[in-house]
Every structure is written in structure tokens, then in C-alpha cells.
Design a protein around this ligand. Structure first.
Ligand SMILES: [Fe+2]
Length: 387
């Protein structure tokens, strides 16, 4: 093991889990002192009726809510600014988010700017805020982003066409309500992309220099849960598989809150500038980054393989580690998931600028295997060629 000898683990979000857990929303909001809530969501989630039980739960505790449903995919600074305006004009003092990664990021941004003033771009980076955000309750409707338990969120700066990462210990939502019933109607591809994002968080959290025994236990279990449950969760109405996916996604994000993320997310963010879905970009990169990291992460991949049920008998650590990569590739085949970066979305000639962008991401430093511009270029080149 190559764990840090001194480490800390911090996860202040209260997790409330269970079938119909959304009924607890009113009680949790009241406990946080929310008198009037801004419910942040998107048109799809609202249209599918997924906020209705949440509104009822707030109402049962006498908490009125104003619904802000204008969040787009990869929300930008304007969406956050408008949300802040609405929150203030409606005199709300807390934010409830029902949705996937995009509403979750927008909601966290609205809560931060409402408390601190200015524009969300003022808070790019780590701990740039002066006071904590307004209370936030996150209720995910996809099993992937894990933003409901994370200290980070991403907002697109439209002027620079750049995804800003905003983080800090006060950015963790106060409460995450995990209700598997909200996952019942996710269409196939959004479900797959979310699941691949979760898998990239789980694998990524175990391949950093910050990983510890606590984060590994969460991350490695999460990898095994995803390998076992993602296919039935997205292809069938197996509610228990969806439940396991939701738990796995949350566990993966709790892990990367302390362990941080590996190179995958550094390489995927530039792809996001070409409007490639976050989960799709990360998913495609998983086998390539695993191959790159294998020489220094054999032990972690071997543990993953055993957690997936592989028999270690007669295998070296490296051979066992390779089994984990094979199982991930097997998952791709079962789902029909793309094996390379689609050239109709991103042109290969963008590689040099994507490498420059990726090198600025802290994840390149967190990655357990040291990496240079040349390494990143080679990984992108392989990812354009396919496996
Ligand atoms: Fe992610």
C-alpha cells in the first residue's frame, strides 16, 4: 500500500436514503431553517413530475417553494445570475435541487452567490467565497454526477467557453436525499452516461496520490457495484439495480471528495467545451487512462477485480489488475458504449489545445502516475483511434 501516513477524511453532508425518501424533504428543510425554498430543476425533470412529491413534502411543513426550472445542460454564469435574481425577488432563504448534475451545479452556484454577492465567476477556484452558501438540499434524479455529496461544482463561463470548477469545504450540500424511485424513468443513454461518470469517479478516486484506505473502501466497492448493476439499471426496470447504482454513485463521490480525481477528469473537461456530455467523455476515456495508470495502480485494479468476483489464484497483481480493465471493456460491449472520441464532435487537430487545457487541471497533479504533455497527447491520440 502506498497510502499517505497522515490523512483526514471529511464529508459533512447528511445522507438520507430510501424508497420514498423524498418525503423527508420538508423535515430536513425545516431543520435547516429554510422558510421559503427556491427549487432548482430543469424542464425535463419538472415535466416528468419528479418535483411533485418534493413540493408536497415542503408544503406539509408549511414551507412555500418557488420553482426555477430554466437550467440547461452544462449551466452557464447567466443561469446562475438569473437564479440568484429569482431567489432574491421571491425572498427564498434556501435552495432545494431536484435533478441531475446540471441543476445540482446551478443550484450550488445560486446558493453561493446569493450569500456572497457578485458573479459566480468571482468564486472560480478553491475557497474563494467569504461566507458559506445558503442551505442546500440535493435530490439526484440520475445516478452519476454525485454532486449531492461533493464540495465542487462546475459552471460554464460563456465568454471563455470554459468550464470553471468552484470548490471549498462549505460547498458540500447540507443534505442529500437519495430516493431510487426518482430514477425509474431515466432514458437509456442519459442513464448510461451518468453511470459511466460514476464509474470514472470510482476508478479515478482510487488512482490519486490523495487516496486513503477509507476512500479506497468506498471507491473500490463502488466500482464493483457499478460493474454488477449498471446494465440492469439502464436496460430494465429493476429497481434494486437502480438503487445500487444510486448508492454506488454517491459512494464514489464521497470517495473523490477526499481522494480527488485522476487524469480522466482533466482530459474530459476540454472535451466538454465541444458540448460532449460529461459522462460520455469520461466514459470513453476510462480504458485509456486505466491502461496509462496500470503500472502504478496494479494494486488498486487488482482489488477492484477481486471485488468484481475475479479469482486471484495463480495471477500476478498486474494480471489481476488487467482483469479489471477487461471487465470495464466488457461493460462497454454490453452497453454498446462508444470506444473512441467521435471525430464528428471533436477534431483530432484540437489535441494540442486540449492538452494545454488539461495540464492546467489539478487532476493531472493528483494522478498517481506522473504525467507530461507528451503523455496526455498520447492518451488523446489513442482515444481518437479506439480499441
Ligand atoms: Fe464527473
Amino acid at each position: 500500500m502506498n497510502y499517505n501516513t497522515i490523512f483526514s477524511f471529511h464529508m459533512p453532508t447528511k445522507v438520507v436514503h430510501g424508497f420514498n425518501a423524498i418525503t423527508q424533504l420538508g423535515k430536513e428543510a425545516k431543520r435547516l431553517g429554510i422558510k421559503r425554498a427556491l427549487l432548482v430543476t430543469d424542464g425535463g425533470v419538472k415535466g416528468a413530475g419528479l418535483i411533485d412529491d418534493g413540493l408536497k413534502a415542503l408544503e406539509s411543513e408549511g414551507i412555500p417553494a418557488f420553482v426555477y426550472d430554466e437550467v440547461e445542460m452544462d449551466p452557464g454564469t447567466k443561469t446562475v445570475a438569473k437564479g440568484v435574481e429569482v431567489l432574491k425577488s421571491e425572498s427564498c432563504n434556501g435552495v432545494v435541487v431536484v435533478g441531475g448534475g446540471s441543476p445540482m451545479c446551478a443550484g450550488k452556484g445560486i446558493a453561493l452567490v446569493s450569500a456572497n454577492g457578485g458573479s459566480i465567476a468571482d468564486y472560480e477556484g478553491n475557497e474563494k467565497y467569504k461566507v458559506p452558501p445558503l442551505p442546500v438540499i440535493g435530490i439526484p434524479t440520475t445516478a452519476g454526477a454525485g454532486s449531492e455529496v461533493s464540495a465542487t461544482f462546475i459552471i460554464t463561463d460563456e465568454k471563455r467557453n470554459y468550464k470553471m470548477a468552484i470548490s471549498g469545504p462549505k460547498v458540500y450540500p447540507d443534505v442529500a436525499i437519495l430516493d431510487p424511485l426518482l430514477l425509474l424513468h431515466i432514458p437509456f443513454w442519459p442513464g448510461v452516461n451518468a453511470g459511466m461518470d460514476a464509474l470514472s469517479h470510482a476508478i479515478g478516486a482510487s488512482c490519486t496520490n490523495e487516496a486513503t484506505q477509507i476512500t479506497d473502501s468506498l471507491a473500490i466497492t463502488s466500482v464493483a457495484l457499478i460493474i454488477r448493476n449498471l446494465v440492469p439499471a439502464v436496460l430494465t426496470n429493476d429497481l434494486e439495480a437502480k438503487n445500487q447504482q444510486l448508492i454506488a454513485s454517491t459512494m464514489a463521490n464521497i470517495a473523490c471528495g477526499s481522494a480527488k480525481l485522476d487524469l480522466m477528469h482533466a482530459l474530459s473537461h476540454p472535451l466538454g467545451s465541444f458540448h460532449m456530455a460529461h459522462g460520455l467523455a469520461n466514459g470513453i476515456l476510462i480504458p485509456y487512462v486505466m491502461e496509462f495508470n496500470l503500472p502504478v495502480c496494479e494494486d488498486k485494479f487488482a482489488q477492484m477485480a477481486m471485488a468484481m468476483g475475479e479469482n486471484p489464484h495463480g495471477l500476478t497483481t498486474s494480471e489481476l489488475g488487467r482483469k479489471a480493465i477487461e471487465r470495464v471493456k466488457g461493460l462497454f460491449t454490453e452497453l454498446g458504449f462508444p470506444r473512441k472520441i467521435p471525430s464528428e464532435i471533436v477534431d483530432k487537430k484540437e489535441i494540442p489545445s486540449m492538452v494545454k487545457q488539461a495540464m492546467t487541471r489539478p487532476m493531472t497533479r493528483f494522478n498517481r502516475r506522473k504525467c507530461s504533455e507528451k503523455d496526455l497527447t498520447e492518451i488523446y491520440l489513442k482515444a481518437f483511434e479506439g480499441w
